[in-house]
Design a protein around this ligand. Sequence first.
Ligand code: NAD
Ligand code: TYD
Length: 381
Amino acid sequence: MARLLVTGGAGFIGVNFVHHWLAAHPGQRVVVLDALTYAGNLKSLEPVRGRPELRFEHGNICDTERVAALLREERLDTIVHFAAESHVDRSIHGPDAFVETNVVGTHALLKAARTVWIKEQGTAAHRFHHVSTDEVYGSLEADDPAFHERTPYAPSSPYSASKAASDHLVRAYHCTFGLNVTTSNCSNNYGPYHFPEKLIPLMIVNILEGRALPVYGDGRNVRDWLHVTDHCRGIELILARGSPGEVYNIGGGQECANIDLVRTLCGIVDQRLAADGGLRERFPACPAARGERCESLITFVADRPGHDRRYAIDCGKIERALGYRARLALDAGLRQTFDWYVSNEPWWRTVLDGSYQSWIQTHYSPVATPASGVARTTGPS
Ligand code: NAD
Ligand code: TYD
């Protein structure tokens, strides 16, 4: 029976992982540690609120002492580390937070794990799983082979550079201190609870609202899309059967140019609204509500600086070693994701109009790094 600390468990992938884990492993302790930045959302944990296995802890991963205390108090033996600043565009405008959380924060967690699991308990029965990205490998040309686990690191953005640094620290704690670590480098995820600043949820929300769909550059940048549930299953397999010190790439094998993806989404919305008068009434600003094509909203805008041209993942290692296979095809996954956003309109409306942030202010005090001296509170007031 594993006892998990899930960092960033109120963010997009973390919360999907928590839902997945609680459904698949009832009775196993799950402690979520999350600072509730703009990307963390307690409302995403609502469906599992009240589960006796689950504890939510409002805190910062940079707080080594707090993390060490949690590991002791809850007798946790597994860390699944999702917490990060994760948006490339934000890392261009403000890289500091990325170095703080992704590099310093990951190191703070590693220190806590080493202190409790190795120095104090001297036990091999622990696991630190680090959730990372394919973006550490840099950019591929159209005919380059896909990234594999030995592809040299060549990050282009402050985000990917900070994730690369964290990957190296995780590896170093294994080689130097014997920490039982595993790392997964995953391609672009999509699915429920995705903050609407990333491509797919942003496009869905903008289409429904009749707003411009900003496509960077020529729209021919390629990403390898993976439904978040398939990512969670990959992590679950690594926790169960992955070997200490190993790195596993996880991908969907579903490369798609941004412009093609946006056109596919537009086509899905055209179809859905054409077939459903209720949706036409709910989203009157959507072109499809007037029988027009949603593609009319596509607007090419200035390119992102340092924009990686193509990502593609070779996930042969995890397939061979652990029997992993992505299950959800991109088209089916996009339809499911669109339906989720339509069915969960209050979720994205509160995120977008800022009322979530004011709701959170009334429930929680600010959490900052220990050095800043800002008071920390735990749990809803
Ligand atoms: P996200 O931005 O949606 O969520 C991040 C979560 O971490 C939020 O809940 C936030 O409140 C929390 N957090 C941020 N700073 C914190 C801190 N200092 N202490 C505690 N909590 C903090 O991110 P995501 O898309 O869910 O990504 C999760 C992980 O997966 C990240 O490590 C990211 O690098 C990696 N990843 C993401 C993708 C993707 O497509 N989204 C792909 C591959 C890997
Ligand atoms: P994003 O979802 O930010 O993920 P990442 O940069 O980590 O791959 O972006 C996915 C792709 O979509 C990327 O090539 C940038 C592009 N993009 C746009 O064209 N317009 C947008 O508004 C956004 C957010 C992204």
